[in-house]
Design a protein around this ligand. Structure first.
Ligand code: NAP
Ligand code: MG
Length: 462
C-alpha cells in the first residue's frame, strides 16, 4: 500500500489542514517506511462535522443493512490480510507469522462477530409497560495505540458502526499506515461517506482536539494511564461518555497443584508475545514458595529460547523505557536470571527477553506496567498470600490461574479483582467482554458487552 498524503474525511482522501508530517520508522532497522500528514484541530473539526452529518441516516439504517456492510468490511480485511500483516510488521516490527495470525487474524474474527451481532442484537425490549429502545450514542471519537494497531481500531469501530454510531479515528503516530489501510477497506466495503473518518496526527494535537471536541458524544480511548486520566477528566467536565482501556499488571497465579512446567512455559510465552507490548500480559508470575526455585529455572530456560524469535519494541522511547525498568529492578534488589538491560544488537529497538527472580510485591517492576518482554517471578506462602499479591496493584485487567482441576482455579479466579482470567490456559474468546477493574479502565470491548457501550436507552411507556 502507498501511504496517503491526506485525511480520509466524508468518504474521500482530502488534503490536510495541518502542515506537519509524521515519518513512520521500521523498528527492526530504524529506517523510514512511509510518511503521513499530521492533522490538527481543523482536520479533526472537519472530520467530526462529517461524522455528525452522516449520523441521522446511518443511525436510521436498519441493523441488518449495517450488518451487511460490516460483513463487507470483514471481507475486505480478509482479501487484504497479507497486506495488513506486512504493514503491521513494517511499522510495529512484529515477526510476520505473528502479524498474520494475530494482527490480521483477530480483527477479521472481531469484525465478523460484529457483522453477526449487528444483525441479531435486540435493539429494543419490552419491560413491564415500557418498550426500551437501544439507540446509538452518536459521534464517537476513537483514539488508539500502536501495540495491536488494527485490533485496537476494529475493537472500537466495528461495535460503533454496529450500534449505528459514526466515528472519527485518531490512530497512534507510530502505526498510521495500518489505519490508512483500514480506511481503504472501509471505503471499498461501501461504508457510506462520513460514517467512518480518519485523522492521522499527534496525540497532544489531533488526539486532544478530538477528545475535547463538542461534537463528539463518546470518547473511546486505549493507551497509557496518564493520558487516559486526562481524557476521563475532560469528558467528565463536558458530561460526555468515555470508555478507557488503560493497561495492567496482570497476575499469573500458579497454584501448588498445577502442572508447573506447562504453567510457566505458557506464562513466559504470554509475556514475550508481541515483545511484551500487550496490556493484558501476565507480567507477574506468582509461584508457591516450595516450587519457586524450580519455576525460576523453567522460566529462565523458556525465555532464553525466545531470544532470537521476538521482535523489537515499537520505538526508541519504549526501548529506553523498558531498559530503564530492567535497571530499576536490579537497583531494587531483584535478580536477573535471563536477559538484562543491554541491547541484544546495535540496530533496531530490541530488548532482551528478561526474567526477574526474587521480586517482592512492592517493587516498581511488580507494580508498574513495563510494556516490554519482562516477567517478574514473585513467591507466595499460601493461597491468601497469593490472592493479596494478585490483587495488590492499582490495575485489574486480566490474569491466569493454574491448578490440577478447573474448579479449584475458578474458585480462586472469582476472588481476583480483574476483568478477565484464563483458567488452565483457556483460549482467547473474541465474544468475551474485555476491560478493566480498578485503574485498568472504564467500559468493556468485544462481543455484546462491547456493543452495549455504544448504545443508550430510551424508555417509552404504553
Ligand atoms: P499514549 O501516549 O497514551 O498513546 C495512546 C494514544 O493516545 C495514541 O493515539 C496517542 O497519540 C494518543 N495521545 C497521546 N497524548 C494524547 C493527548 N494528550 N490527548 C489525546 N490523545 C493523546 O501511549 P504511548 O505513549 O504510546 O505508550 C506509553 C505507555 O502506555 C506504554 O509504555 C504502556 O504502558 C501504555 N500503553 C498501553 C496500551 C494499552 O493497550 N492499554 C497501549 C499502548 C501503550 P500518539 O501516538 O501521537 O502519542
Ligand atoms: Mg505517546
Amino acid at each position: 500500500m502507498k501511504p496517503h498524503d491526506g485525511m480520509y474525511i466524508d468518504g474521500a482522501w482530502r488534503p490536510a489542514a495541518g502542515t506537519g508530517t509524521i515519518t513512520v520508522l521500521n523498528p527492526v532497522d530504524e529506517r523510514p517506511v512511509g510518511e503521513v500528514p499530521a492533522g490538527d484541530a481543523q482536520d479533526v473539526d472537519a472530520a467530526v462535522r462529517a461524522a455528525r452529518a452522516a449520523l441521522p441516516s446511518w443511525s436510521a439504517t436498519p441493523p441488518a443493512e449495517r450488518a451487511a456492510l460490516i460483513g463487507a468490511l470483514r471481507d475486505r480485511l480478509v482479501a487484504r490480510k497479507d497486506e495488513i500483516a506486512e504493514t503491521v510488521t513494517a511499522e510495529l516490527g512484529s515477526p510476520l507469522a505473528f502479524s498474520e495470525a494475530v494482527h490480521a487474524g483477530v480483527p477479521i474474527l472481531v469484525s465478523g462477530s460484529y457483522a453477526e451481532l449487528a444483525a441479531t442484537h435486540a435493539f429494543e425490549e419490552r419491560v413491564g409497560n415500557s418498550t426500551v429502545y437501544l439507540e446509538p450514542i452518536g459521534v464517537v471519537g476513537a483514539i488508539t495505540p500502536w501495540n495491536y494497531p488494527l485490533h485496537q481500531i476494529v475493537n472500537k469501530v466495528a461495535p460503533a458502526l454496529a450500534a449505528g454510531c459514526t466515528v472519527v479515528l485518531k490512530p497512534a503516530e507510530d502505526t498510521p499506515l495500518t489505519a490508512q489501510l483500514f480506511a481503504e477497506a472501509a471505503h471499498e466495503a461501501g461504508i457510506p461517506a462520513g460514517v467512518f473518518n480518519l485523522v492521522t496526527g499527534l496525540g497532544p494535537v489531533a488526539g486532544q482536539a478530538l477528545a475535547e471536541h463538542e461534537g463528539v458524544d463518546l470518547v473511546s480511548f486505549t493507551g497509557s494511564t496518564a493520558v487516559g486520566k486526562r481524557i476521563g477528566a475532560t469528558a467528565g467536565a463536558a458530561v460526555k461518555r468515555v470508555a478507557l482501556e488503560l493497561g495492567g499488571k496482570s497476575a499469573n497465579v500458579i497454584l501448588p497443584s498445577a502442572d508447573l512446567a506447562k504453567a510457566v512455559n505458557v506464562g513466559v510465552a504470554n509475556v514475550m508475545s508481541n515483545s511484551g507490548q500487550t496490556c493484558s500480559a501476565w507480567t507477574r508470575m506468582l509461584v508457591h514458595t516450595d516450587r519457586y526455585d524450580e519455576a525460576v529455572e523453567l522460566a529462565a530456560a523458556a525465555a532464553a529460547k525466545y531470544g532470537p524469535r521476538i521482535g523489537p519494541v515499537v520505538n526508541a522511547k519504549q526501548q529506553a523505557r523498558v531498559r530503564g525498568y530492567i535497571e530499576k529492578g536490579v537497583e531494587e534488589g531483584a535478580r536477573i536470571v535471563a536477559g538484562g538491560p543491554e541491547s541484544p544488537q546495535e540496530q533496531g529497538y530490541y530488548v532482551q527477553p528478561t526474567v526477574f527472580a526474587d521480586v517482592t510485591p512492592e517493587m516498581t517492576i511488580a507494580q508498574e506496567e513495563i510494556f516490554g518482554p519482562v516477567v517478574s517471578l514473585i513467591r507466595y506462602e499460601d493461597e491468601e498470600d497469593a490472592l493479596r499479591i494478585a490483587n495488590g496493584t492499582v490495575y485489574g485487567l486480566a490474569g491466569a490461574v493454574w491448578a490440577a482441576d478447573d474448579a479449584e482455579a475458578i474458585a480462586f479466579a472469582r476472588r481476583m479483582d480483574t476483568g478477565q482470567v484464563d483458567i488452565n490456559g483457556g483460549s482467547f474468546n473474541p465474544l468475551a467482554p474485555f476491560g478493566g477493574y480498578k485503574q485498568s479502565g472504564v467500559g468493556r470491548e468485544l462481543g455484546a458487552h462491547g456493543l452495549a457501550e455504544y448504545l443508550q436507552t430510551k424508555s417509552l411507556q404504553f
